[in-house]
Design a protein around this ligand. Structure first.
Ligand code: PLP
Ligand code: COI
Length: 361
């Protein structure tokens, strides 16, 4: 069912991704004419042929980014140009046409300006923006489509797990690799997600919240967690080290991961990209070398990992509670989000007031 906030009276706080704002922005692309102008329209179903390429052959990529309301009412979008660039890297991997950066940004301006009243001044809330690019041609030939649709929708969210960073229990998945070398794991391809559901179900059956993805070749190196990147903390206090798995091509280069890497030195933390094996994770937690582990992503923000389950083995990370470095990193990031701290150059885009957005036709 299509649920938008306008149908709820009064607006309710809904689970992640269930209740959408009043509008959406769309644009079509054809091989003959390129991109058509963006259209701001009421949130509604989209026309779809039963022979649509995206449905049959999964030529579909997407993004996820957030907008935050400031005390004085202004809305800022977090790192939209980086998300635009990643959408185009994903599109290129799937043999799809790139969406010009200015169209991506204007689409956000149009939607956020139109639906800004959906986002209250509650600092725990943000507007989650979901840009989607899919092959909309009706044709079952096995070749890249000649027609595409871009659509941007939004919903109000707190956190993916909860507004408070309670620690999650994670399940090491040895059976179902998320990605393959040379495959699509390094981009935000829609087809990466449905194959993860079986592992996610197994994790839940084992009493865990999320799946730890290992490298697909040796199934030994920790890569990421569900729809999040991972950091391991060695040591404590200023001078602690943050270790994150390097880009292997099979994990997603997260924009939150990059933000953490760039903000950490300001808190005195050193950051290193270094492979960490599951065995190392367990033994270093036991010895106290790894003191904390946290996951990060647009939806998850910064979320502590409290307990790890690997088959019959279970271990606690640190005390099992949210650690001081994790909480400091979360605070540094959310301070940039909500304006308590200045943002590095180019990270925030202020949405122009409704009516002042150029580019719609
Ligand atoms: N890893 C995967 C598989 C994801 O789906 C996401 C979410 O987008 C991330 C990591 C985190 O990326 P970002 O910080 O850009 O949201
Ligand atoms: C995000 O963090 O934005 C994601 O895309 C993760 C998931 C909801 C797909």
């Amino acid at each position: 069912m299509n649920r938008s906030i306008s149908q709820e009276n009064p607006p309710v706080r809904a689970p992640f991704g269930e209740l959408f704002t009043h509008h959406m922005v769309t644009a079509g692309w054809t091989a003959e004419s390129g991109w058509a102008p963006l259209r701001l329209r009421p949130f509604d179903s989209l026309p779809m042929s039963p022979a649509m390429v995206g449905l049959h052959y999964s030529q579909v990529v997407f993004e996820g980014l957030k907008a935050y309301r400031r005390d004085h009412g202004v809305i800022e979008v977090f790192r939209p140009t980086d998300h635009a660039a990643r959408l185009n890297r994903s599109a290129q991997r799937l043999a799809m046409p790139p969406l010009p950066e200015d169209k991506f940004l204007t689409a956000i301006d149009l939607l956020v300006a139109a639906d800004q009243e959906c986002l209250s001044a509650d600092p725990g809330l943000s507007l989650y923006l979901r840009p989607l690019l899919y092959a909309s041609e009706a044709n079952l030939a096995l070749r890249p489509a000649r027609e595409y649709t871009f659509v941007l929708i939004a919903f109000v969210t707190g956190g993916f797990f909860s507004d408070k960073p309670s620690p999650v229990t994670v399940w090491v998945n040895r059976d179902y690799p998320r990605a393959a070398p040379g495959g699509t794991g390094g981009v935000k391809f829609a087809g990466n997600y449905a194959p993860s559901y079986l592992a996610q179900e197994k994790a839940q059956q084992a009493g865990c919240h999320q799946v730890v993805w290992l490298d697909p070749m040796e199934r030994r190196w920790v890569e990421e967690l569900g729809g999040m990147n991972l950091f391991f903390v060695r040591g404590s206090g200023p001078g602690a080290q943050l270790i994150t798995p390097p880009h292997t091509g099979t994990l997603l280069p997260g924009i939150t991961r990059d933000s953490v890497m760039r903000l950490a030195p300001g808190l005195g933390y050193q950051v290193r990209e270094e492979p960490v094996s599951v065995d190392q994770w367990r033994s270093e937690c036991r010895e106290g070398t790894i003191t904390e582990t946290f996951a990060c992503g647009t939806a998850a923000v910064v979320t502590p990992v409290g307990t790890v389950r690997d088959g019959e083995k279970t271990w606690q990370v640190g005390t099992g509670a949210a650690g001081a470095v994790t909480l400091a990193m979360r605070d540094a990031l959310t301070s940039v989000h909500d304006g308590r701290a200045p943002a590095p150059e180019g990270w925030l885009r202020t949405v122009p007031p409704a009516g002042a957005v150029a580019g719609q036709a």
